[in-house]
Design a protein around this ligand. Structure first.
Ligand SMILES: NC(=O)c1ccc[n+]([C@@H]2O[C@H](COP(=O)([O-])OP(=O)(O)OC[C@H]3O[C@@H](n4cnc5c(N)ncnc54)[C@H](OP(=O)(O)O)[C@@H]3O)[C@@H](O)[C@H]2O)c1
Length: 260
């Protein structure tokens, strides 16, 4: 992918990986529009980058996506890159009573349904350009699940699968479909108040962005970064070995039948 001269829309672009992408695209001479639910975070972030646009919205709300579409198609009809980055991670322990808690399907609503709705809404605009790019952010955990975040991993496996099918369906259109599969990266992902933090060795945002922009420039369509490369290969060749590596059995599973 040529990394300059585009109009780029990034969901969840005011922080974390989305913020890293927004900065990197802005620095390379692209018009960047960032979205997210927290207006002040978006404004504070964009104020560091002259010309960066913000739009406050929630990808799990169809009405918000329609408002965003109107804003972008009126003001930036040359949109040619959409980055479906917004996502959340929760720990879910199915051995507990009420494992899902409040807003039980938020990960599915945001990570999968939101991404699908953003894609169907913006495809007609992307298709009007001579060449455009859809970038879906999945995860290394799409290839090998981490059992403490089972719903999150299932949503990312869904994004991976969906992205492959989209790429095939859109092969004769102007829209190229890229999957970015980050490894564990230092961001606020999974740090919601009251939630146990996802403790795993993480790559810094800066080195992650260096590798990501290089991978985007390479022209490849599926971009596992860092450890995600190993998870992609290992998850295919030796799925149970890699699953056990990621999910060591420190304690035996409880015997739910009560047998000796
Ligand atoms: N960090 C990692 O280790 C890692 C690894 C693999 C994949 N990923 C993926 O990378 C993407 C970005 O994650 P991150 O690590 O940068 O997490 P993050 O630091 O928590 O950032 C997530 C961003 O998404 C926005 N967002 C969340 N829910 C939203 C919603 N309903 N509507 C609109 N925006 C929403 C957040 O802003 P608001 O809260 O203001 O809405 C925030 O800007 C996610 O898809 C994640 O699954 C991350």
């Amino acid at each position: 992918m040529n990394l300059t001269g585009h109009t780029v829309l990034i969901t969840g672009g005011g922080s974390g990986i989305g913020g890293g992408l927004a900065k990197a695209f802005h620095e390379r001479g692209n018009k960047v529009i960032i979205t997210g639910r927290r207006e002040q975070i978006l404004r504070d972030f964009a104020s560091k980058f002259p010309g960066m646009e913000t739009f406050t919205m929630d990808v799990s709300k169809d009405g918000d996506i329609q408002k965003l579409f109107k804003f972008v198609s009126d003001k930036f009809p040359s949109l040619d890159v959409l980055v479906n980055n917004a996502g959340i991670l929760r720990m879910t322990d199915f051995t507990k009573s009420d494992p899902l808690g409040e807003d039980p399907y938020a990960e599915i609503d945001i990570n999968v349904k939101g991404l699908i709705r953003m894609t169907t809404t913006f495809l007609p605009l992307l298709s009007k350009q001579k060449g455009s790019t859809l970038i879906n952010v999945s995860s290394g955990l799409a290839y090998v699940p981490l059992s403490m975040a089972p719903i999150y991993c299932a949503t990312k496996a869904a994004v991976h699968s969906l992205t492959m099918s989209l790429r095939h369906q859109l092969r004769n259109t102007p829209v190229r479909v890229i999957e970015l599969a980050p490894p564990a990266v230092e961001t606020d992902l999974g740090k919601a108040p009251g939630q146990e933090e996802f403790k795993y060795p993480k790559l810094g945002l800066e080195p992650f962005m260096v590798q990501t922009m290089k991978a985007l420039e390479s022209g490849a369509m599926e971009l596992p970064i860092g450890q995600s490369k190993m998870l992609k290969l290992g998850g295919r060749l030796l799925p149970s070995v890699f699953f056990n590596m990621l999910n060591p059995k420190k304690a035996p599973m409880p015997n739910l039948q009560g047998e000796a």
